[in-house]
Design a protein around this ligand. Structure first.
Ligand code: PLP
Length: 364
């Protein structure tokens, strides 16, 4: 298969999905895939066997969830436009407003629909302010119980999202306790509570049984149906970006240029100043692996190999599913990676390729 392409490996996706299914069973919580993280619908048939539906951040994601992922569809957006609201309602089972103002403003449109409100508890586990929903002056949800009180009769549920790449169960537990202390009386008036995403519960050493017990207790004590909205946890480690070395050079270090670009195909690494991962990353030869865009800092990272790299060598960049394929772009007109699936029997099939026509059609 011609590189570059994203390769989704179903046998690497399955362990995440099995943990989600176990958690649902043991806790009673429902699990919705957060499409903002991963929206590659060719594997939705498989994922929907293990999850309850999808949640969204825009009208188009709501519609994709409804059309491609069997199950429940939650519609959330930081703000709905007047021209979007009817379609968002038509494609969803629940709509979640970000502010009391929007909940009130769309009262007449949404009165017959299941409605929720995003609540911002003012604490999070994010260490990067760009991604911190509890950052000062945050616009992500209502935080004042007095304001929430004024619209609580119009909602049957709340959505909290304040975990970010949180692998620490005790921290999750502590923050949930703080949420109960601050918003407990309001929560107990609701029928359902979504606790958002950001919990790394499919990680190797995560105490899944403790999480299940905590979610079940939260649901029982507050009399609510709990939802979680995993994105990254559902797809972590399932996908690689397959690239080929096009050229090599030496400028103080050995440099390899590949047929992809971190800016165009793994943008979050650039935004969050992280390096890519290559496995096993071992051997005497140390190489800077760089993208082919004109951006000087288009660098995947510095990796070790058993032998010097040469044009034609194939490399696999790890963990290319979450917040990666959804952010790919046409910077420099670099060929957009195709999408391929490796079935559990090892066979690979191409599910999407991108052409010059797609590039031209993205602008006019
Ligand atoms: C409201 C909401 N739900 C779910 C998620 C998914 O989070 P993650 O991919 O970290 O699990 C996010 C991520 O930003 C979010 O904002």
């Amino acid at each position: 298969m011609q590189t570059p392409y994203y390769l989704i490996d179903k046998s690497r996706l399955m362990p995440n999905l099995e943990k989600i299914a176990w958690l649902r069973e043991a806790s009673g919580a429902k699990a919705l895939l957060a499409l903002k993280c991963f929206a590659t619908w060719s594997v939705f048939d498989l994922m929907s066997e293990y999850m309850d539906g999808t949640t969204s951040s825009s009208l188009f994601e709501v519609r994709l969830g409804r059309e491609k992922f069997p199950g429940e569809t939650h519609a959330y957006a930081v703000a709905w436009a007047d021209h979007e609201i009817d379609e968002a309602l038509a494609h969803s089972d629940k709509i979640i407003f970000n502010t009391a103002t929007q909940l009130t403003r769309f009262e007449s449109h949404a009165a017959g629909h299941v409605r929720g409100l995003r609540v911002n508890p003012g604490v999070s586990t994010s260490t990067f302010d760009l991604a911190d929903p509890a950052r000062p002056f945050s616009r992500l949800g209502e935080s004042d119980p007095k304001v929430i009180e004024t619209v609580a009769d119009r909602a049957t549920g709340f959505m909290f999202h304040n975990n970010c790449e949180n692998a620490d169960f005790d921290r999750f537990d502590e923050m949930l306790g703080a949420i109960e202390d601050r918003f407990g009386p309001l929560i107990r008036r609701m029928d359902w509570i979504s606790l958002g995403g950001g919990i790394q519960f499919t990680g190797e050493h995560y105490p899944l049984d403790r999480l299940a017990e905590r979610l079940k207790r939260f649901a029982g004590e507050n009399g609510v149906q709990v939802y979680i909205e995993p994105g990254e946890a559902a797809v972590t480690n399932s996908t690689t970006l397959e690239v080929t070395v096009l050229d090599t050079m030496h400028n103080g270090k050995d440099i390899a240029i590949v047929d992809s670009s971190i800016e165009a195909h793994m943008l979050d690494l650039l935004i969050y100043r992280e390096t890519a991962r290559i496995a096993p990353n071992a051997g005497p030869a140390e190489w800077l692996v760089c993208g082919k865009s004109c951006l000087a800092g288009d660098i995947f990272g510095e990796f070790r190999f058993p032998e010097p790299l040469r044009p034609g060598d194939r490399l696999s960049i790890e963990d290319a599913a979450g917040y990666t394929m959804v952010k790919k772009n046409w910077f420099n007109g670099v060929k957009m990676p195709a999408i391929a699936i490796r079935e559990t029997d090892g066979t690979e099939r191409l599910v999407r390729d991108f052409t010059y026509e797609d590039f031209a059609a993205a602008l006019s």
